[in-house]
Design a protein around this ligand. Structure first.
Ligand SMILES: Cc1cc2nc3c(=O)[nH]c(=O)nc-3n(C[C@H](O)[C@H](O)[C@H](O)COP(=O)(O)OP(=O)(O)OC[C@H]3O[C@@H](n4cnc5c(N)ncnc54)[C@H](O)[C@@H]3O)c2cc1C
Length: 102
């Protein structure tokens, strides 16, 4: 599986281009078929997973994690570990969850 940030950079229908790109990593690879999906134009996802800019994880994310009164923010986008993934939305990487009182 490969991911590109610019969908216009390569077409999965152009097997020659896909093979040329992959041969930079695996020189003798032979591409027989390829398929792709543009998550940015997908009506349900409207984009991919969260990717922080340099500095956000150490600067902005800790600020967002702080509770504001009784309002707590949690979730994969601001997790301390495995952010931007399904694992990131589970409690351990989001310490604020433990501070919420019933
Ligand atoms: C295309 C794509 C592919 C991905 N592939 C992978 C993968 O292969 N592996 C992996 O680990 N992760 C993957 N991820 C990332 C993963 O899906 C997310 O990081 C994870 O689902 C985030 O979980 P979450 O609970 O923090 O947030 P979400 O799952 O986004 O949940 C937030 C919820 O809040 C709801 N909501 C929003 N606003 C409001 C509101 N105002 N009031 C009430 N509800 C609201 C939303 O409808 C949503 O249900 C992918 C993500 C995308 C988009």
């Amino acid at each position: 599986m490969c991911m590109v940030s610019d969908a216009a950079a390569i077409s999965a229908n152009d097997l020659g281009a896909v093979q040329a790109a992959l041969r930079k990593f695996i020189p003798d690879i032979e591409v027989l078929d390829a398929a792709c999906h543009d998550w940015c134009t997908d009506q349900f996802s409207k984009g991919g997973w969260m990717v922080h800019r340099p500095g956000h994880m150490t600067g902005a994310a800790p600020q967002i994690r702080r509770p504001h009164g009784r309002i707590y923010f949690a979730g994969s986008d601001i997790a301390t570990l495995t952010l931007g993934s399904i694992e990131g939305n589970s409690p351990p990487p989001t310490p604020s969850i433990f501070k919420i009182k019933k």
